[in-house]
Design a binder for this molecule. Structure first.
Ligand code: MN
Length: 129
């Protein structure tokens, strides 16, 4: 099923790769390069899934996730962190910031879709109260 996915990522090559994979699978991708742009787009576009880079300039992904969770209409949107951080405790920090899950970089093009599928399967856009 076609989903609208918001990708918040400052690296152009990573954006290109993720967009390519998702569009090939029939999804719609909207892109933001900064956290603030991502928050604005999430609020206006109501995506079914948000893919969030943690290493962003100015406002890091943890802060972006916390801000997104403060928006009532986005409270239940799945947020999946995509990050190369691999220090002990990073996964916990990601989840504590409000993210629903965690995918490690570098992205594996052959498994990426199956990794995000559990987060979009149970979501019906517009159905949340
Ligand atoms: Mn980055």
């Amino acid at each position: 099923m076609k989903r609208k996915v918001l990708l918040i990522e400052d690296n152009e090559q990573n954006r290109y790769l993720v967009k390519y994979i998702l569009e090939k699978a029939g999804h719609e991708v909207i892109e933001a390069c900064t956290g603030q742009e991502g928050i604005d787009l999430a609020t206006s576009e109501h995506p079914a899934l948000i893919l969030l880079d943690i290493q962003l300039p100015v406002m890091d992904g943890y802060s972006v996730a916390k801000e997104l969770r403060r928006v009532a209409s986005l409270n239940r949107v799945p947020i999946v962190a995509v990050t190369s951080y691999a220090m002990p405790g990073d996964r916990e920090r990601v989840l504590e910031s409000g993210c629903s899950g965690y995918i490690e970089k570098p992205i594996n093009p052959s498994t990426f879709l199956s990794e995000i599928t559990p987060f979009i399967e149970d979501t019906s856009p517009g159905a949340s109260p």
